[in-house]
Design a protein around this ligand. Structure first.
Ligand code: C2E
Ligand code: MG
Ligand code: MG
Ligand code: MG
Length: 302
């Protein structure tokens, strides 16, 4: 009856509200805890960097690595970058933390080159806050010089969000990086709001197709249409394409067939510690379909 129903609605509203308040409190407490803890994380040696292989779809070779930050706090345990990177960004801590990652990854690239491995390009994520620093280009150049890495062996990943806020400044910084020979990649492409005209002005070398478009390639015709169109567009803009989050043989085959240049995903490997990465590099798995035209350097009919 009506009274009972009204009671249930009120009850639900009250509980919902309490739950909401508790959750909000718990969240902001954790947020504060993370900000405080993150300040100590670098000094406390709680941060590390793992490296995910980037593979060529032409011949299945290893062509690059993306440096990804990891944080294990002594009490809080493993904290996902999906949780702490946004907090690091909003608190400004991403500037020192991101600088630490960059130097660490550059050093790793130098060490791998010195060990005589095949040439790799090291990709490092840059956040909007780092990108807003006017002297970013000089700072990166400085690190490369100090550590002895050729600029062409470094790739910086920027999201559309990082470049869309102040497009003109972004274009200036990107030009400064480009002029040094550093490679630029647009990360998570298709999830932001940048227009096609910016894509042209940004003049990046590489476009990373976001994993949200790759995930359902086998089931979703719209995603297939988007992915093939993005690959085609990037080609005409002379950009290299890499698909993120590739997990299945079906996704790999589709991307290869449609001329995507590279892939990165669990099908080859999760992000690896330096020593696991070295083992991977010595013997990368052979996953390209045998006899596939591109594996033999031929052209694929689209
Ligand atoms: P991202 O730059 O787009 O990095 C790719 C993310 O996808 C990584 O998550 C990687 O582990 C994950 N991934 C790769 N292949 C697969 C796959 O096949 N399946 C699935 N489900 N996931 C896959 P991770 O390491 O958790 O990083 C998440 C995000 O955190 C990154 O997304 C990046 O935006 C940010 N991040 C990580 N390290 C740094 C850093 O040093 N600086 C900055 N500014 N951001 C970072
Ligand atoms: Mg990235
Ligand atoms: Mg991405
Ligand atoms: Mg991302």
């Amino acid at each position: 009856n009506a009274d009972a129903a009204m009671y249930r609605v009120k009850e639900a509203g009250r509980n919902g509200c309490e739950f909401f308040t508790h959750e909000m409190q718990a969240r902001s407490a954790r947020h504060l805890r993370i900000v405080t803890a993150l300040r100590q994380a670098i000094e406390g040696q709680q941060l590390s960097v793992v490296y995910q292989p980037q593979m060529s779809l032409k011949d299945g070779s290893l062509v690059g690595a993306e440096a990804l930050l990891r944080w294990t706090h002594p009490e809080l345990g493993f904290i996902s970058p999906a949780e702490f990177i946004p907090i690091a960004e909003s608190s400004g801590l991403i500037v020192p933390v991101g600088g630490w990652v960059l130097r660490k990854a550059v050093r790793q690239a130098v060490a791998w080159r010195a060990a005589g491995g095949a040439p790799l390009r090291m990709a490092v994520n840059l956040s909007a806050a780092q990108f807003r620093h006017a002297d970013l280009s000089a700072m990166v150049g400085h690190i490369l010089q100090e550590e002895g890495l050729h600029p062409g062996e470094l790739e910086l990943e920027l999201t559309e969000g990082a470049v869309a806020q102040k497009p003109q400044q972004a274009i200036d910084v990107m030009n400064g990086l480009r002029a040094q020979g550093i490679h630029l990649a647009i990360d998570d492409f298709g999830t932001g709001y940048s227009s096609m005209s910016y894509l042209k002005k940004f003049n990046a070398h590489k476009l990373k197709i976001d994993q949200s478009f790759v995930r359902d390639i086998s089931r979703d015709a719209d995603d297939r249409a988007i992915v093939t169109a993005v690959i085609e567009m990037a080609k005409r803009l002379n950009m290299t394409t890499i698909a993120e989050g590739v997990e299945t043989a079906e996704q790999l085959a589709f991307l290869q067939k449609h001329g995507c240049d590279q892939i990165q995903g669990y099908i080859y490997s999760k992000p690896l510690t330096p020593s696991d990465f070295e083992a991977f590099a010595r013997q990368p798995p052979q996953l390209l379909p045998a006899g596939s035209p591109r594996a033999h350097g031929g052209l694929v009919a689209l």
